[in-house]
Design a binder for this molecule. Structure first.
Ligand SMILES: Cc1ncc(COP(=O)(O)O)c(C=O)c1O
Length: 308
């Protein structure tokens, strides 16, 4: 008998964004006048087309693929060296990150979901509230939660409220946790994290041997010069944080698909028996088994974004 993963059945209303889309459509059809004033909080998208540099790089990469001498088939699962080097030189210059710690992928959505593959069961997980729904739903699918209550919050997760009262700044968990999802600049609140706030999180994670999953998909929206762009600007973050970055927002790549995850080689997890294991090796193993890399033209286009 093909038994199903019953954790999926806890996700009653389907993924949030299609559900919002369905409800907006129904409301627009039944209340066309009121719908003109509707503020849409569903999935957003970029408003600008692809930059010329990315298009040109993609076109010439496609031409290379049409010539026997320059054709490329399967690429390295972790991404081509040229892109990983461009990422380190441009996005992490001076933050102590090396090209071998960059894993190029087809999206931060997949990466923030798939990362749970390398963590064990029964972890205590802290999630800011409100939050990008992928973090919650993937934990539900992985069996890391109980059922949802009437407010839609799942048993077993440690929710960290972000409200006007606390200036949308999540407080440290009152109970010890093992995994912490942070997203700055934040979706959906738009809040950025100061250096002092990130230092507080890094200190907490190191004290509790927790791992921070730092989603910086909106990094390019940071304007204040004092606001860190990467968690690795904070001393000690290499030992406690994984960072997710995406070309979706800064390059208009929501349809093209390219992102990357940074897993420092110093970052350790722990086995049940107390042995330390490098998360870098586990993620490399996971990606090389379940992922075959981003296409060559897309990686060339992503590289070209650093020239814009
Ligand atoms: C917080 C956050 N992380 C990740 C993503 C997804 O990024 P990608 O397009 O690289 O999958 C989004 C998309 O809206 C997002 O809001």
């Amino acid at each position: 008998m093909a038994r199903v993963n019953e954790n999926f059945l806890k996700l009653k209303a389907g993924y949030l964004f299609p559900e919002i889309g369905r409800r907006v459509k129904a409301f627009t059809e039944s209340e066309p006048e009121k719908a003109k004033r509707l503020i849409r909080c569903g999935i957003g998208d970029v408003t600008e087309p692809l930059p010329g540099a990315a298009r040109e790089a993609m076109k010439s990469a496609v031409d290379e693929l049409g010539v026997r001498e320059t054709f490329r088939g399967y690429g390295p699962e972790q991404g081509y060296e040229f892109l990983r080097k461009a990422i380190v030189d441009n996005a992490f210059n001076g933050f102590g990150i090396e090209a071998g710690e960059i894993f190029v992928s087809d999206g931060s959505k997949c990466d923030t979901g798939n990362i749970l593959d390398i963590f064990g069961d029964g972890l205590r997980i802290a999630i800011t509230d409100p939050v990008y729904p992928v973090y919650v739903d993937t934990n539900v699918m992985a069996g890391n939660t109980g059922e949802a209550d009437e407010s839609g919050r799942f048993g077993g997760l440690v929710y960290l409220p972000c409200t006007a009262e606390n200036n949308f700044e999540p407080a440290l968990p009152e109970e010890p946790v093992d995994l912490i999802y942070l997203c700055f600049p934040n979706n959906p609140t738009g809040t950025v994290a100061t250096r002092a706030q990130l230092e507080k999180w890094v200190a907490y994670a190191r004290e509790h041997e927790a791992v921070i999953l730092f989603d910086a998909a909106y990094e390019s929206f940071i304007q204040g010069t004092e606001i860190p762009h990467s968690i690795y600007e904070i001393d000690g973050a290499r030992e406690c944080a994984i960072e997710f970055r995406s070309f979706s927002k800064n390059g208009g790549f929501t349809g093209v698909r390219c992102a990357y995850t940074v897993v420092p080689k110093d970052l350790m997890g722990t086995t049940q028996g107390g042995e330390k294991v490098a998360l870098h090796g586990l993620w490399a193993r996971r990606q090389s088994t379940k992922f075959n890399g981003v296409s060559y033209p897309v990686q060339r286009a992503a590289e070209a974004l650093f020239s814009v």
